[in-house]
Write a protein that binds this ligand. Structure first.
Ligand code: FAQ
Length: 331
């Protein structure tokens, strides 16, 4: 990855006129829907924004394994356990694709992980909430993966090639995740009164944090203007949030569950649901590290990183041995 960064440096402009020409060519390519690839020249802020967004996304996938991972040993049946293991494993895979996509921009995986572990890098607010019941696993699949897909489908058309391609694959898997979550909710909603109460409780807990996942309101979104101009983000935070509400409320009705928002109502004139005010103070608190489980999540990642040190060392030693053997054969 450092080689790619050096290649990019090799094409650094030598004068303001050169720089302007490079910017114009870059913008024309973005406007023409051509993908920007790792070795292409790109503005420094485009690179920095992508590193920030892709790495936050990768960290979210990895930290996102924890809330559901908590239920693997307690899944209600063997079949549910197998499905949940596969789902959580998929999230790990998504994190790995995304770290690789970020590395193409000239930052190493070690640096990215260090930024997560020292608290410098963000990850999605949603993963700082607890999963006290099995229904929370269903609600995560239905709502959190549902919101993730809503946000990620437009990212499949992101102007940066490696991110767009990773998103295509990830979205396919997320769609299975969303359906498995909805199927858990359906089973519970059609079950005993106690199971229905569990399902309703999980919807109550995850509804508002899921709406927050789409990020601050457009008027307060610091990166949207630039990211939309560069076609990293294709659809605004508020527009995606509205799409999610419009899509999900009928699904809750089908389950016979009540969305915990007294202000929620269908507006036939606009063709959209109106919904109540989001508690943005809660969102800010979670982003500042004061959510219900922020400290626990980071502590779990730090412990996993420390406990995995021997695996990284063994993998490096194995790779070195293979390299030496191949070099010996070639000599
Ligand atoms: N949580 O100017 P904007 C998943 C930050 S994957 C934390 O609007 P932007 C799969 C933002 O970074 C879920 N921070 O920012 C799964 C910025 O901070 P900074 C993750 C947030 O980037 C399912 C500041 O606020 N998905 O769920 C959040 O233009 C189930 C200003 O915001 C992605 O990451 C938040 N919710 O738009 C796994 C998708 N929202 O760095 C396991 C890719 C905003 O300036 C189980 N990312 N911030 O200090 C995106 O699409 C965008 O980055 C947004 C935010 C839409 C999240």
């Amino acid at each position: 990855m450092y080689t790619q960064a050096l290649d990019a440096l090799g094409s650094l402009p030598t004068s303001a006129t050169d720089e302007q020409a490079l910017v114009s060519r870059f913008e024309a390519r973005v406007a023409a829907e051509q993908k920007i690839e790792p070795k292409d020249w790109m503005p420094a802020r485009y690179r920095a924004t992508l590193i920030r967004q892709i790495s936050q996304h990768a960290h979210s996938e990895i930290v996102g394994m924890l809330p559901e991972g908590n239920w693997i040993t307690r899944a209600p049946t063997l079949k549910r356990k197998c499905i949940l293991i596969a789902k959580v494993q998929d999230e790990g895979g998504h994190g790995a694709y995304l770290y690789s996509a970020a590395e193409t921009l000239g930052i190493s995986r070690e640096q990215l992980i260090e930024q997560l572990l020292c608290g410098k890098a963000k990850y999605s607010s949603i993963f700082n909430y607890p999963t006290p019941t099995w229904a929370d696993v269903g609600a995560i699949g239905w709502l959190v993966d549902g919101a993730a897909i809503m946000n990620q489908i437009p990212l499949c058309r992101c102007s940066y090639g490696p991110y767009a391609r990773a998103m295509v694959r990830i979205c396919r898997e997320e769609s299975f995740h969303q359906r498995q979550g909805y199927e858990i909710m359906l089973t519970l909603a059609r079950g005993t009164p106690e199971q229905r109460r569990m399902a309703q409780g999980a919807l109550d807990r995850w509804w508002w944090p899921s709406l927050m996942m789409f990020g601050p309101p457009d008027a307060q979104s610091t990166h949207s203007g630039e990211s939309q101009r560069w076609k990293i983000k294709r659809v605004s935070n508020d527009e995606l949030r509205q799409r999610f509400v419009d899509f999900t409320v009928p699904q809750a009705e089908f389950l016979g569950l009540k969305v915990p928002d007294p202000a929620l109502k269908w507006n036939a004139a606009s063709g959209h649901y109106e919904f109540g005010a989001i508690d943005w103070q809660e969102f800010e608190q979670v982003l500042k590290g004061h959510g219900p489980l922020n400290a626990e999540r980071i502590a779990a990642r730090r412990a996993a990183h420390a406990e995995g040190a021997w695996v990284r060392e063994a993998a490096l030693a194995h790779a070195e041995k293979q390299r030496a053997r191949a070099a010996g054969r070639a000599a």
